[in-house]
Design a protein. Sequence first.
Length: 100
Amino acid sequence: YVFLFAVRQSSSRQSAWMQSFFLWLMTEIAFTSTISVFVMNYLLPLAAHKDIIKVKQQLLQTIREYHDELKLERLGDCTVNAPNDFNAADYLFVSTRVAK
């Protein structure tokens, strides 16, 4: 439909439409896409950076504690309080709670 409409227009209108199309395309590439890339690849990661650093520190601390516990167990020192084995049935099935 657009092509049929454009064919019926005068050459000056067609050239004006072509110029406006190229201007829109250049603006889209130069500004809109650039801003989109800047926001997605710089601003969003920058905003989340502090939280990611906190999570990384917590994970590293947890891994260090786990490795320390493993070292103590290998050395035969059982003074570390190991948690009871996890049993999902205790939380998912009423019958296990009733049986206790």
